[in-house]
Design a protein around this ligand. Structure first.
Ligand code: ADP
Length: 373
C-alpha cells in the first residue's frame, strides 16, 4: 500500500510517500518559507505530480494534540475533525496547521482513506501520578493534565533500540532523548511510556531552541507586577524568545552556539550548560521513576549530530552503570538508519544514537489501522 504522509508544522510542510509494509520511502520533500501555511499546502499536489508520485492509496497526517479523546491513530471523518478543532486551544501553534493540511488533502484526494496519528497517543497510558498537576479540581476538569508529545519519535526509538539490541522492548528501561528544535525526554518502561518531559503543552520540560522548558509558574505574577507584562506577552516570550536562543543571544542553532562557546563566548557556554544540565536531571529522574536504566538513546538534530552534547549529557552517570566511550562518540556519522552504540564494553547501560523516522511511523500506523478494516 502506498501512503502519502503530510506533516504540517507552523511554518513548513513535510510530505513523503512510503510503500508499506515493505517500508520503502519512495519520495520525501518539504516546502518552507511560503507566505502562509495554506500557500505551502497548495503547492503539494503539483510537487507530487512533478515527482511522478500522484498515485497512492491512503493519506496519513501528523497531529500534535489529541487531548483526552484521541489515544490512537484514527480514521478521519467530520466528527474527528471537530474533535481535533476542539483540541486546538491546547496546541494553538500546531493543531490549526495540521487541520489546514487535512482540509487540503480531503479536497484533493477526498476518495482516499485518511488517517491522523497523534503526537500525544504514545503517552496515553502514563500513570495518574505522572499526568496529574496538583492544581484545583475545576482546572483538572477543564483537561489540565500532562499529555506529552513526540510520540511517533519516542515509539520509533523504542522499537529501533529493541531491534538493534536483539532484546524485546518489554524487557528494557529506556530513556529516549529527542533533541531537535523542540526537545523532550521519555521514560519508556518495558514497552510503555511512563513519563515524558512535555506536559499540557509542548512548553514544559527541556530547554529547547526558543522555548524555555520548565520555569517557576510564579514568574507570571512576578513579571506582571514588576514589568507590567501581560499573560500573552509572557507566553509568547516563553515560546519564541527563550531557550537556547534567549540564553545565547545568537540564535537557536547548536552548531553556532558550540562554535561561539569554543571561542570563549560566556553566554553561549551558559546556554549549553543549562541545556545539558536539564537533560541530565531528567535522565536521573526517569532512572528513579523506572527503578533503573538499561538504555539511553539520542535522536533529533542535536542528539544525532552533536558529539559534544552527547558527551556532556553522558559524563558522570557511572553511578548508574553508564560508562561512556568518547572515541565511539566522536566517530558517529549517521548516513542511514544505523544505531551505533557509544558505551564501553564494561558498561551496564547501553547508549545508542540513531536518526528518528517520524513520518515513516505515521505511514506504518496509517497502514496498520487501514489493514484492520
Ligand atoms: P526540528 O525539531 O525542527 O525537526 P531538528 O530535529 O532538525 O529540528 O533539529 C534541528 C537542530 O539540530 C538545529 O537547530 C541545530 O541546533 C541542531 N543541529 C543540526 N546539525 C547539527 C550539528 N552538526 N551539530 C550540532 N547541532 C546540530
Amino acid at each position: 500500500m502506498r501512503i502519502l504522509v503530510i506533516d504540517t508544522g507552523s511554518s513548513s510542510v513535510k510530505f513523503s510517500v512510503y510503500d508499506i509494509p515493505a517500508g520503502t520511502e519512495c519520495f520525501a520533500s518539504e516546502i518552507e518559507r511560503a507566505t502562509s501555511i495554506e500557500d505551502a499546502l497548495a503547492l503539494v499536489p503539483a510537487a507530487l505530480v512533478k515527482a511522478d508520485m500522484q498515485s497512492f492509496d491512503a493519506v496519513g497526517h501528523r497531529v500534535a494534540h489529541g487531548g483526552e479523546r484521541f489515544v490512537q491513530a484514527t480514521k478521519i471523518d467530520d466528527a474527528v475533525i471537530a474533535g481535533i478543532e476542539a483540541c486546538s486551544s491546547l496546541a494553538p501553534l500546531h493543531n490549526p496547521p495540521a487541520l489546514a493540511g487535512i482540509a487540503m488533502t480531503r479536497k484533493a484526494w477526498g476518495n482516499l482513506p485518511q488517517v491522523v496519528v497523534f503526537d500525544t497517543a504514545f503517552h496515553h497510558a502514563m500513570p495518574a501520578r505522572a499526568i496529574t498537576y496538583a492544581v484545583p479540581e475545576a482546572w483538572r476538569q477543564a483537561s489540565v493534565r500532562r499529555y506529552g508529545f513526540h510520540g511517533p519519535s519516542h515509539q520509533y526509538i523504542m522499537e529501533r533500540v529493541a531491534d538493534e539490541l536483539g532484546t524485546a522492548a518489554t524487557q528494557l528501561r529506556i530513556v529516549s532523548c529527542h533533541l531537535g528544535n523542540g526537545a523532550s525526554v521519555c521514560a519508556i518502561d518495558r514497552g510503555q511510556s511512563v513519563d515524558t518531559s512535555m506536559g499540557l503543552t509542548a512548553l514544559e520540560g527541556l530547554v529547547m531552541g526558543t522555548r524555555s522548558g520548565d520555569i517557576d509558574p510564579g514568574l507570571f505574577g512576578y513579571l506582571n507586577r514588576t514589568l507590567g507584562l501581560s499573560i500573552a506577552d509572557i507566553e509568547a516570550a516563553l515560546y519564541r524568545k527563550s531557550g537556547l536562543a534567549g540564553l545565547s543571544g545568537i540564535g537557536n542553532d547548536v552548531r553556532d552556539i558550540e562554535a561561539q562557546a569554543a571561542q570563549g563566548n560566556k553566554d553561549a557556554a551558559l546556554a549549553l550548560d543549562v541545556f545539558c544540565y536539564r537533560i541530565r536531571k531528567y535522565i536521573g529522574a526517569y532512572a528513579a521513576a523506572m527503578g533503573g536504566l538499561d538504555v539511553l538513546a539520542f535522536t533529533g538534530g542535536i542528539g544525532e549530530h552533536s558529539a559534544n552534547v552527547r558527551s556532556r549529557v553522558c559524563t558522570g552517570f557511572e553511578y548508574l552503570g553508564l560508562l561512556f566511550d568518547e572515541e565511539h562518540n566522536a566517530k558517529v556519522k549517521l548516513s542511514g538508519f544505523e544505531a551505533p552504540q557509544l558505551q564501553q564494553v564494561a558498561s551496564r547501560v547501553k547508549v545508542l544514537v540513531t536518526q528518528t523516522r517520524e513520518q515513516w511511523m505515521i505511514a506504518r500506523q496509517t497502514y496498520a489501522l487501514l489493514k484492520k478494516e
